[in-house]
Design a protein around this ligand. Sequence first.
Ligand SMILES: *Cc1c(COP(=O)(O)O)cnc(C)c1O
Length: 385
Amino acid sequence: MLSDQQMLRIPGPTPIPPSVQRAMSQPMIGHRDRDTKELLRKIKPKLKPIFGTVQNVEILAGSGTAGLEAAVINTVQPGDEVLVIVTGAFGERFVQICNAYNIITHQIHVSWGDAVTPEKVESYLQSHPSIKAVMATFCETSTGVLNPIQQLAKVIHQSSEALYIVDGVSSIGAIEANMDAWGIDILVTGSQKAFMLPPGLTFIAASSRAWEKIEANDQSRYYFDLRKYHHSSLLDSTPFTPSLTLLYGLEQVIKLLDQEGLANVFGRHDLMMKMMRAAFHNLGIPLLTSEKAASPTVTAIKPNTFQADELRKVLKDTFGLVTAGGQGELKGKIIRIGHMGYCSPTDILQVISSIEIGLKMIGMDITLGKGTQAAQKIFLRSGKH
Ligand SMILES: *Cc1c(COP(=O)(O)O)cnc(C)c1O
């Protein structure tokens, strides 16, 4: 095996396109120079369609969790009540952030692998009018579930005055989002998932009603004070030194997304999901999530005839193919395969045929090519050739 070859197929960080890697090798510039203003001026308008908003998308240096924390502390205060929809590890992260700031959480827990139903949220909100914000995860990366974010928006706004805060970290840039049209008040993502960049940036967009709350909120905060970012961004600037290297990369990412066209980017992710699911289905390996709840960015299998981590180890040792295991209660029980960002149908074929060999190597009685063939057929039927 080539010692420097790795197939990184975890749900983030994701591989970096070579042109993005090259863009990030540009020399440093002054963060208060005109060069930085021009860079921001080029990037910022292009982020809006990815979020589906006319609002500014604020860029902060920090990982995705920094964006989630900023979303929480700018909109609510200690003692406020919020509703967190917990469908996996990232829903729990929202709870932990709220706990750290003494924000009172109501929680709707859904079993890991399922999506929440809007009806559950609707009836909860109707009987709890004091709730100031609802927090949901678009793609629950720990299970590969895609929650019905648009339908949730509808019931939340119909049954409450609460702000709707969405963690879109493993979905924005890969899955269509219409923040304004759907009624999302805060939408957050990070750089190392569908944005094809290294970790280190978080992106936050807020609706005008969210901005009203943010401006009026006197919860103390400094680096994460979104008002600072908002006011600076009107001057094509940032309150603190931005991660210039990542901004260079982002400029190139936006070019790539433009070249492919956002609709095609979303279509590619949908096709990759279908290829993955068809392959495992044909191999007789159970998928964790239903068809309806499946995310286009990450697929989880829950094998019942072999050890998940044994297969993962063989794949890593034999092919340098890196997959993710389970988190929390699913530790050791599932394998998660990321297919977002710099990932194409041909990568999926490579992953599936490598997995077939891996299955043989751990002693499974499968027919080689059964999964690959199912994925190949989906590709041919898609007309994307
Ligand atoms: C990756 C991820 C995050 C952020 O994690 P960081 O490690 O802080 O970047 C948050 N939510 C979801 C759904 C994610 O997939």
